[in-house]
Design a protein around this ligand. Structure first.
Ligand code: PHE
Ligand code: NA
Length: 451
């Protein structure tokens, strides 16, 4: 049954799969989260750890996750059940699939709130709100916006509706084509902004901040955050890449596809960082000002550069698009599970799950206004708590078990077949998924939880 349904929607080509996977990977994680957590964690050393995590842990697990999806040919819990059956592995591995279903919804709950800020800024940019804006105005503009619970709630609701509607219509046909235009477009605008960044007089300072490591600024919590972000930014640990992998025809090279996904995601994050910190330092702003960083800096650039209205509108439009091509990928694992295993129609599943994520998202909506002082996990607001729980706990653990499964349950032969790993790398890859990735995740995790 599941087989039939899935094969009807196989990706039309490898390029389309790569584009959709890049659409999932590239999102608020790159444009909004990477710069602000880099600012909060002191820059260079944090970025270095993050890049190491991407190469040593992220890329191998990305390959593993896409392979699991293609091997299992279904939604995450069912895919794991299928693989468990053929390999004779323990049934408990199916939990990996449930972690995916739940985790995607938890992330979506706060992701939609931030994407909502993006929609609001898109509309404001159209209306000319950023023209001639200076640093102080940009900051108070943002503060005023997020302190209004109804405004934030309104845009959160819009994003959730858009996500549900896209998902109901079927992800692939329209989105496939749109991603082909939007992703290169996003890169072009970022390059234009990079040009602007060199005029702020703080470009080299920004470059140093990102690439000159200062290890004294690094704590064990920072390392955990860098690791968690490597998972978050590559959409790992939550079955997203598994679901997309299940749509990928056999005989496409998962290794090659994964490298493209990683390169695109990393390049976009680094350019976004360079741009944002040039504006930060050029205007004497705080690098560690938190989740508002993107929204407090870019309006200054658009307010001052020539063509700012046009580029600003285009940029925030693309932020929204990048966010939507990620948000639909968060809800997809749960939807395909309800569809395939519980017989829900796609429509019913989408509204139900979107409603759940919307409701949970209210906590994040209010974290910036009504519940600003309210703490949940330790000293964290509701928004920070859900972010911490997903990015820093569920994603790394999900990723660790993915690596362990592919490393220990699959034989070398199966692993090479499923991943399409060239023979000369298969030894290294085995060591990474069996030992290196799981041990690194475990150490970082243990250190920061007990430390
Ligand atoms: N990778 C996305 C981003 O960087 C976020 C994401 C996380 C998407 C988990 C799907 C699953 O914005
Ligand atoms: Na990303």
């Amino acid at each position: 049954m599941a087989q039939l349904k899935v094969s009807a929607q196989l990706w039309t080509s490898q390029t389309v799969f790569i584009m959709a996977a890049i659409g999932s990977a590239v999102g608020l994680g790159n444009l909004w989260k990477f710069p602000y957590i880099t600012g909060e964690n002191g820059g260079g050393a944090f970025v270095l750890v993050y890049l190491l995590c991407i190469v040593l842990i992220g890329l191998p697990i990305l390959i593993a996750e896409i392979s699991l999806g293609r091997a299992g040919q279904a939604n995450p819990p069912q895919a794991m059940a299928n693989i468990v059956k053929t390999t004779g592995a323990n049934k408990l591995w199916v939990f990996l699939g449930f972690n995916a279903v739940l985790g995607g919804l938890l992330i979506l709950s706060f992701y939609a709130v931030i994407a909502g800020w993006g929609v609001a800024y898109f509309i404001e940019s159209i209306s000319g709100a950023f023209i001639d804006m200076n640093a102080a105005q940009a900051q108070s503009h943002f503060d005023q916006f997020v302190s209004n619970p109804l405004a934030v709630l309104f845009w959160h609701t819009i994003v959730m509706l858009l996500t549900v509607l896209i998902v109901v219509k079927g992800v692939r046909s329209g989105i496939e084509r749109a991603i082909n235009i939007m992703m290169p477009g996003l890169l072009i605008i970022l390059l234009i902004l990079l040009g602007y960044a060199t005029t702020t007089g703080a470009f080299s300072q920004s470059f140093e901040f990102l690439f000159k490591p200062n290890f004294s600024a690094l704590t064990s919590e920072s390392v955990l955050i860098a690791l968690g972000h490597a998972f978050f930014t590559l959409s790992l640990g939550f079955g997203t890449m598994m679901v997309y992998g299940s749509y990928l025809p056999k005989n496409y090279s998962i290794v090659k596809a994964s490298m493209w996904i990683v390169i695109a995601d990393t390049v976009i994050a680094l350019i976004a960082g360079l741009v944002i910190f040039s504006i930060v330092f050029g205007n004497g702003l705080e690098a560690g000002s938190g989740p508002g960083l993107l929204f407090e800096t870019l309006p200054i650039a658009f307010g001052q550069m020539s063509g700012g209205w046009f580029f600003g509108t285009l940029f925030f439009g693309m932020v929204v698009f990048a966010a939507l091509s990620s948000s639909i990928s968060m809800i997809e694992p749960a939807i395909s599970w309800l569809e395939q295993n519980w017989g829900y129609t796609r429509k019913k599943a989408a509204w139900l799950l979107g409603g759940f994520a919307w409701l949970l998202g209210l906590g994040s909506v209010f974290s910036f206004n009504l519940w600003k002082g309210q703490t949940f996990l330790e000293d964290k607001t509701f928004f920070e708590s859900i972010d911490f729980l997903t990015s820093n706990i569920m994603l790394p653990l999900g990723g660790m078990f993915t690596a362990l499964f592919v490393g220990w349950v699959w034989t070398l032969q199966q692993r090479n077949n499923e991943t399409g790993m060239p023979p000369k790398w298969s030894g290294v890859y085995s060591v990474i998924v069996k030992w290196v990735a799981p041990i690194l995740v475990f150490i970082v995790f243990f250190e920061s939880v007990t430390g």
